[in-house]
Ligand binder design. Structure first.
Ligand SMILES: Nc1ncnc2c1ncn2[C@@H]1O[C@H](COP(=O)(O)OP(=O)(O)OP(=O)(O)O)[C@@H](O)[C@H]1O
Ligand SMILES: [Mg+2]
Length: 588
């Protein structure tokens, strides 16, 4: 019963009013359904031409209620028919309420989970697999929603089963007790089957995580798959993931189905034993027919109670996965201070080291000072830690030791929102949304005007190509901005960063895909811009950082050299000099 209690708690705590309303509605539905059973009694007795003095207790109650001494045939038919219609209509209305509440609950829980995810550190995303994240919001959240519907189904049928059982109890206590004792024996095989529900529920969730992950990779890597002509492999990966999921699903669904369906013949046998006892011990035919009808109506109801319980048990792993992810996200919550970040004189990295989970240090004892208005460059071999360093400056990762400080105040004391709002960032692999160019700018700054957009595009040397697009600013960019060339994407991403009018602009290889002329143009614009803001540039092409105030050379996670271009270049033994020489050799 743990799973039922867990879900009741979840729903009642999140939606107390709706929960009470649903409980009332469910009770009405149970009563409405039970009335149709009660109404068969008078009909049976009227058809059997029973005299009023021989009426059963229920028929006497009904006749008294409607003011008849002898129930007319027409009225008995009408009563039975209308009780069935009333039960049907009540079910429809209540089901509508249940669906509505189910989706409202789901929306609330899943949006809160999404909020938890985005309040966490970026590490949460990089540590949790994409398949698991996507699947939690696709298949697993559906199961969570469905469990609410199933829970109400459980309660409607549970109440109904109790009302149904009270009818035969009222008519013949002994007969009903015999039935209940026989019924206990039916629980044994069902209990055994039920023990298999949870392990298969877990298996279904984990195989769905894998399946969604394969799907996501296959589709986002479609170009790569086709160019490697690895489509067979892609289909096989999908087939294998699907088949593992299907195997688990077939067994899971069969188990759930069988718990409900197996009960029917077993329960019916219990009923028949009780009725044959009643028949041999002088219970009247009208009473037996009422009991028989109650049993007939009761079996599917109890079957549903048993099946719903199994389903909820099987859906528990889905809920637990979502719950655990949300909990992990909350445990990894981004520390957020109260100080507003408005301006600064100096950003300092003090003895800062960092390692990704389970790996050795990627950054080692970094000391760096960035003064307001500085234009600094970070260079170094691939994998030396440049991107990681800017990720830390952006507050995406927290240092493992040492600190990042703004004017001697730890970054964690600032509101992360106020800090990031002042930073413009162009990542190494720019991501544009599947929206129009205009909407991509609005995403970065919701109140920007078209003039501001054109201004930013001008700085990023993009005016001409945007004007040449079929629908100009309102051209859709396709998935991840796929309808643009790599260099065009970089330029739009740069313009999108600039439009925020940031205090600090971080460029991670932001012009690496551009031709020399375009890069030169942008370089000039950036040099203009850098007069009014602080710039951190990561560059491979060293010709782009000639004007930097300070260049930091990184190797194996440490800053090994620093100085102006001329300082570093004048030292023939410096790594920087060798880097310049090798780039020079490449060109000549
Ligand atoms: N999410 C991650 N998890 C674990 N290790 C990572 C992660 N991201 C980067 N690394 C490791 O950290 C080191 C530094 O990576 P980083 O991306 O900072 O290098 P980089 O200097 O920017 O290189 P490049 O010039 O190729 O962009 C690399 O050894 C890389 O393998
Ligand atoms: Mg990098």
């Amino acid at each position: 019963m743990n799973e039922i209690i867990k879900f009741v708690k979840l729903f009642s705590l999140n939606f107390p009013t709706q929960f009470i309303l649903i409980i009332i509605a469910v009770s009405i539905q149970a009563i409405a359904n039970s009335l149709s059973v009660v109404a068969i009694g008078p009909l049976a007795e009227v058809l059997l031409q029973t005299e009023p003095k021989d009426y059963s207790r229920i028929t006497i109650l009904v006749a008294d209620f409607f003011g008849y001494e002898k129930l007319p045939v027409d009225f008995s038919f009408l009563l039975f028919g209308s009780s069935l219609i009333f039960a049907g209509l009540t079910s429809v209305v209540i089901q509508y309420m249940v669906f509505k509440t189910q989706f409202a609950i789901l929306e609330k829980i899943m949006s809160e989970t999404m909020e938890d995810f985005f309040n966490s550190k970026y590490e949460f995303f990089s540590d949790t697999g994409m398949g698991k994240l996507l699947n939690s919001f696709q298949k697993e959240s559906d199961k969570l929603g469905a469990s609410f519907g199933i829970l109400t189904k459980f309660f409607v049928n549970f109440f109904q089963a109790i009302i149904f059982i009270s009818i035969p109890f009222y008519i013949s206590t002994q007969l009903t007790l015999i039935f209940l004792i026989c019924l206990i024996f039916t629980a044994i095989p069902i209990w055994f089957i039920n023990t298999k529900v949870r392990p298969y529920g877990e298996l279904i969730t984990s195989t769905a995580n894998t399946l969604i992950s394969v799907l996501q990779e296959n589709f986002s890597a479609a170009k790569l798959i086709m160019s490697f002509h690895n489509k067979k492999r892609a289909v096989e990966d999908y087939k294998s993931a699907f088949s593992s999921h299907a195997k688990a699903a077939v067994i899971f669904q069969s188990i759930i189905y069988s718990t409900g369906i197996l009960f029917m013949p077993l329960g019916m046998c219990a009923g028949l034993i009780a009725i044959s006892w009643g028949y041999q011990n002088g219970v009247e035919i009208a009473s037996i027919s009422m009991i028989l009808f109650a049993f007939f109506r009761m079996m599917p109801v109890i079957g549903i109670v048993i099946q719903s319980r199994s389903e909820i048990k099987g859906f528990l792993p889905a809920f637990e996965q979502i719950e655990t992810l949300a909990k992990n996200a909350r445990n990894m919550q981004q520390r957020d201070g109260t100080k507003k970040f408005k301006k600064f004189s100096e950003i300092q990295l003090k003895n800062l080291s960092f390692s990704y989970q389970t790996r050795e240090n990627v950054l080692n004892d970094i000391n760096l000072s960035i003064k307001e208005g500085d234009n600094i460059a970070i260079v170094g071999t691939s994998g030396s830690g440049k991107t990681t360093l800017t990720d830390i400056i952006l507050g995406l990762y927290s240092p493992s030791s040492g600190s990042l400080e703004v004017d001697d105040i730890n970054i964690e004391e600032f509101s992360i929102e106020s800090y990031r709002k002042k930073i413009g960032y162009v990542p190494q692999e720019p991501f544009l949304f599947n929206k129009t160019i205009y909407e991509n700018f609005k995403w970065a700054k919701s109140n920007c005007s078209e003039d501001e957009i054109w201004n930013a595009l001008e700085i990023a040397n993009s005016t001409d190509f945007v004007k040449a697009l079929p629908e100009g600013l309102h051209t859709n960019l396709g998935d991840r901005g796929d309808s643009l060339s790599g260099g065009q994407r970089q330029r739009i991403a740069l313009a999108r960063a600039i439009i925020k009018k940031p205090l600090i602009l971080v460029l991670d290889e932001a012009t690496s895909s551009l031709d020399n002329e375009s890069e030169k143009f942008i370089q000039n614009s950036i040099n203009e811009l850098s007069k009014n803001l602080t710039m951190i540039t990561i560059a491979h092409r060293l010709s782009t950082i000639v004007n930097s105030d300070n260049i930091y050379v990184m190797k194996n996670g440490a800053i090994v050299e620093s100085g102006t271009y001329d300082d570093l270049f004048s030292d023939k033994n410096s790594i920087f000099y060798q880097m310049i020489s090798s780039q020079h050799n490449e060109i000549s």
